[in-house]
Design a protein. Structure first.
Length: 192
């Protein structure tokens, strides 16, 4: 049985929940954050997600961001480490949740987390999590996923050999090739 990693910042045991709020430092950057994905296999898919890059605030006043960020963790035990690299696109400040098997609340969204991020390290394997929605289809990466960073994390490539499509139908063993681009890097303080 394959194990698929699902979003969880607060604790590894929480499956499918959107990450906890983080507090950003600095101002909004110009431009957009963009993600392009090609899924191959039994049910091929392709799509792009983009959003204005910048800070967002939910109805309760909690702060989050659309874009790329280096997150300073409060909890530094494995797998998190002192820092995480995060990408949020169309993230709705904790309101939206990507839950395995359930229809996503939005048509386009991306949440990438690379744990134990270290400046100068370009390739990451086992310590990462990606969930994304393109065209209303919900995907999660498995254990055979790699992230290659370029330009200080503002650009990168994601490859996976065991993607799960969770909605509208359950399909396993899909392949993923994706890329991202951010105009600016945020530096944020994690709550966990």
């Amino acid at each position: 049985m394959r194990i698929y990693r699902v979003l969880s910042i607060a604790a590894i045991g929480l499956t499918g929940l959107a990450p906890a709020h983080i507090y950003a430092q600095g101002s909004s950057g110009p431009g957009t954050v963009a993600f392009q994905a090609t899924v191959a296999g039994l049910t091929p898919d392709r799509g792009a997600v983009s959003a204005p890059q910048g800070m967002v605030t939910d109805l309760t006043g909690e702060t989050d961001f659309n874009g790329c960020a280096i997150v300073k963790n409060k909890v530094t035990q494995p797998p998190f480490g002192a820092y995480r690299f995060d990408i949020h696109i169309n993230y709705m400040s904790g309101i939206n949740m990507m839950l395995e098997g359930l229809r996503p609340h939005v048509q386009q969204e991306v949440e990438l987390e690379v744990y134990d991020y270290r400046a100068g390290v370009l390739n990451y394997g086992a310590k990462l999590s990606l969930a994304f929605v393109i065209g209303g289809h919900l995907y999660f990466t498995g254990t055979h996923t790699t992230v290659t960073m370029r330009n200080g994390g503002l650009d990168g490539i994601i490859r996976s050999q065991d993607v799960l499509r969770s909605y509208p139908t359950h399909v396993v063993d899909l392949k993923l090739q994706a890329s991202w681009h951010c105009a600016t890097m945020f530096h944020v303080q994690g709550k966990v």
